[in-house]
Write a protein that binds this ligand. Structure first.
Ligand code: PLP
Length: 279
């Protein structure tokens, strides 16, 4: 074989392999991987790669469905099918399968393996480089598939018997929920985080802001702190399936529920708007 792709016991050339759409890699990028070089059918530093693979999975609370020894033996049984022994080996485990839902599924993890031809780069040719500011993990405004932090936050909320986790940055700025936008009502005014790179600009958020304008409720698009949230009259949560909900406790402490009137007006306006748009 020129390449090899393995998935939960099946294997074929990588391009012939198909993966179920329910695999959490498809929805959330919800998995971990490791990769190394093979020279003449010897997987270089394999035990170190397997150790790191298990460590990564452990930190993500993913249970690899085989032991380290079983994985080692499986890799060596598969590599025999390749036409060359000079390869990149790649191992990946994903947090099982299911219909899209952030919280952990009730299913075993999926094991992926690939081999593709590769060569050792000996360093005799220098590399040209560029510089870029490191902005990784600061692109929350992009609805990417890489949702592991949101998956973990949703799972933590579920474990705490809650429906959402409110996220904040060091210093206490509230950003958003794990899969929703969070806003507050204070003295009759709506305050919501600005649509910068630290939040997803929710469609439901935009409708909430428009509803406020229609109802003459002032809007302030400014960051707010955890302290302000805890002292707010209402803490609101929006997402496309939840046009206007409010929190009654956060971390077990009572919050909001002090401005029934504004909440009721917004909720009625938004629910009516949703229903009429759907007809
Ligand atoms: N913020 C995050 C991180 C989300 O994942 C979502 C929805 O998936 C939202 C906010 C709300 O977006 P929308 O109102 O478009 O559903």
């Amino acid at each position: 074989m020129k390449t090899l792709g393995y998935y939960n016991g099946r294997f074929a050339e990588i391009e012939e392999m198909t993966i179920p759409m329910t695999d959490r890699a498809c929805w959330f990028g919800d998995g971990v991987y490791d990769a190394g070089l093979s020279l003449d059918y010897h997987m270089v530093f394999l035990d170190e790669h397997i150790d790191r693979f298990f460590r990564s999975a452990d930190l993500m609370e993913i249970q690899i469905p085989v032991s380290k020894k079983e994985l080692h033996d499986l890799l060596y049984s598969l590599i025999r099918h390749l036409d060359t022994g000079d390869l990149m080996y790649y191992i990946q485990v994903t947090r099982g399968s299911g219909i899209r839902n952030h919280v952990f599924p009730d299913s075993p993890a999926n094991l992926w393996i690939t081999f593709k031809p590769a060569e050792l780069v000996d360093g005799s040719v220098p590399v040209k480089m560029i510089i870029l500011e490191d902005t990784r993990f600061f692109h929350c405004n992009i609805k990417t598939l890489n949702l592991i932090p949101s998956v973990i936050a949703s799972q933590r909320a579920r474990e705490a018997g809650c429906g959402e986790a409110v996220l904040y940055r060091p210093g206490g700025r509230v950003t958003e929920g794990s899969h929703s936008n969070i806003h507050i009502l204070k003295s009759g005014e709506l305050q919501t985080a600005p649509a910068d790179n630290l939040i997803l600009p929710g469609i439901a958020r935009a409708h909430l802001i428009r509803a406020c304008r229609a109802l003459n409720i002032p809007v302030r698009e400014e960051p707010f702190s955890l302290d302000l949230m805890f002292s707010a009259d209402e803490v609101l949560m929006t997402m496309s399936s939840h046009p206007c909900c409010r929190a009654d406790t956060i971390d077990g402490k009572p919050v909001g529920k002090k401005d029934d009137d504004t909440f009721r007006r917004l909720r009625e306006y938004l629910i009516n708007e949703y229903i009429s748009d759907g007809r």
